[in-house]
Design a protein around this ligand. Structure first.
Ligand SMILES: [Zn+2]
Length: 337
């Protein structure tokens, strides 16, 4: 896979290729945008394009490219990964000595991992043009890790390229954000989602996944998106029937509130339009119609705002049971009073 294979992120890809074309590579980038829209794939391909032995205009590299290309007649890609040179192949296999990927373990990136990055970056590249570090879910750095990382960003080693990936940039310290060039990724259009999901799931699955994924095809492919939605509805039912809290973790709480916001959006849309085809949860039109029966549009908007506020407060480790009971009373007040 190279830049040319990335679907639906043309703006970000053009920006990155422009940087390579103008030879204006910064030391650190922050790739921001929702989960499941291609930030990590783009980061890997950016690193590949930077280190590719066939890209660019260096005559030595061109010669090397011609020697390494399986088809000497095919054009050498400009500012993209060629996929055939040693560097591209090693990055694809995860064995390139100058490329390191970091991701949270149990949702946290600890200082030990940042120390490992510092050590990696302290050497000159073994065989690549740049030493590259990609930090996925960078907002998972705990405070000691973030502090240590800030020092690396303040004095970036020569020939290094750091890419931080996050769907929640506001959770990164401002001091880290301000030292990175920001590249923003956007959720996909229905057409580009359809193109990505094509041939990866059957038509029935894809139709619902397209709507539920809200322009995030990676989410549709990596999780049981329909199962998650049904789990949300079961918990909603349990909550309104005053059952005991059923969230297993904070991660589940966040997921539940994401789905609750989507569901509340549908309540409002159905109330206003009365058309099932306008709903994300089109298959639940009947349930949405019943739930929204005794509430007006303003009440649904108020409920949305309240749920969104609770979701934003989850960051502060809200008590699970209290949050459950509070949300239940809110739902009963807005939907059943
Ligand atoms: Zn290459």
């Amino acid at each position: 896979m190279s830049f040319k294979d990335i679907i639906g992120q043309g703006k970000a890809v053009n920006m990155l290729q422009g940087i390579l074309k103008r030879d204006r590579l910064a030391g650190a980038y922050l790739f921001c945008g929702e989960s499941g829209i291609g930030k990590k794939a783009t980061a890997i391909n950016f690193v590949k394009a930077v280190n590719c032995l066939n890209t660019g205009k260096d005559p030595d590299n061109l010669l090397l490219g011609l020697l390494q290309s399986p088809d000497p007649q095919s054009p050498i890609p400009d500012f993209d990964a060629c996929e055939v040179c040693d560097s591209c192949q090693k990055i694809n296999a995860g064995t390139h000595p100058d490329v390191v990927m970091i991701a949270p373990e149990e949702r946290i990136i600890k200082i030990e991992e940042i120390r490992a990055i510092e050590e990696t970056l302290s050497f000159r590249p073994f065989e690549g043009k740049k030493k590259a570090v990609i930090v996925d879910d960078a907002d998972s750095m705990n405070p000691p890790a973030a502090n240590a990382f800030l020092k690396t960003l303040e004095e970036p080693p020569e020939d290094s390229l750091i890419i931080l990936i996050t769907s929640r940039p506001d959770r990164l310290p401002a001091t880290i954000r301000s030292r990175c060039s920001r590249i923003t990724f956007h959720t996909h259009s229905l057409t580009s989602c359809r193109d990505i999901l094509k041939n990866k799931m059957n038509d029935n699955e894809a139709a619902l996944a397209l709507k539920l994924s809200l322009g995030r095809p990676g989410i549709a492919l990596s999780s049981d998106i329909r199962g998650d939605r049904d789990w949300f509805v079961n918990l909603l039912r349990a909550m309104t029937q005053a059952e005991k809290d059923s969230w297993a973790s904070r991660e589940e709480m966040e997921k539940w509130f994401d789905l609750a916001l989507m569901f509340t959006r549908d309540l409002a849309v159905y109330k206003i339009s009365g058309k099932a085809s306008h709903l994300i949860n089109e298959d639940l039109a009947e349930t949405l119609g019943k739930l929204g029966k005794s509430v007006d549009v303003q009440g649904i908007i108020d409920l949305y705002k309240e749920l969104n506020f609770i979701k934003s407060m989850l960051l502060f480790n809200l008590n699970k049971s209290l949050t459950w009971n509070y949300t239940a009373s809110l739902l009963r007040k807005e939907l059943y009073s």
